[in-house]
Design a protein around this ligand. Sequence first.
Ligand SMILES: [Zn+2]
Ligand SMILES: [Zn+2]
Length: 274
Amino acid sequence: MIFTDVHTHSLYSADGISPLREMVGRAKALGLRCYGVSDHFDYDYLAEGVPTEPGFRYIDETEYFRELRTLQKESSDSGFRLLAGGEFGFSPKRQCAELYAQTIERHRPDFIVNSVHSVEGHDVYFSAYFDGKTKRDAYARYLDRVRESLDAPYRYEIVGHLGYVSRNAPYADRTLRYEEFPELLDEILRTVIAKGKILEVNSSARGSGGAFLPDCDILARYRALGGEKVSYGSDAHRIDRIGEGREEIARKLKGLGFCAITVPEGNEEHAFPL
Ligand SMILES: [Zn+2]
Ligand SMILES: [Zn+2]
């Protein structure tokens, strides 16, 4: 079973619903041993001029880390560890990398989820990205950007939601399948392994066609190439979704030959047997 969840969002994210303190309370009540908050740092939006939804705001990173660190001191005990992290949306633009380097220098997050949300000036969750593109084209461009993100010139530990492009894609068959992009996915998976990064299994699959991202075919390939390190994240944006889908993911991961969930904390990694 899985007793960790290290990809979640609070009210500090523009699309979060629940206050930080309530998220932490819920994680404890669920019996999690390690709980990570990873609110959105959308400096990719800033660098690429991505159009934003009404009500969008960038994170107040000083206040965010101040509250998280206070809660960390209060809530951590021998059976529970709160980690103060961030989800960093990737852009290859220098402005974006400089902002993330500053955030890391100032706040020393316990862990960083490196995620691709924007491609060609659009968040690929929104329909404008897909205008005039076939599935092959839209997904290949997204995967190229994921490959590029692995060379981000700043610290990160977790490769977030591989397959995010499929969550809200307008195609009848949305699933990102290994067999459709074997070269691009092999290049990504081999690089994750070579760099010692952790591949996330994200249970917020939404309309992607599967129960989690990436799906079993890609996870099986990762394992076959020698990949061992996986993390679990619910990507919860409100308290009732924390830890969602853990049973099924634990079962599937075990079946694929994975032994443990890896949780990063600064320069260290902790293994939680499945
Ligand atoms: Zn994300
Ligand atoms: Zn997220």
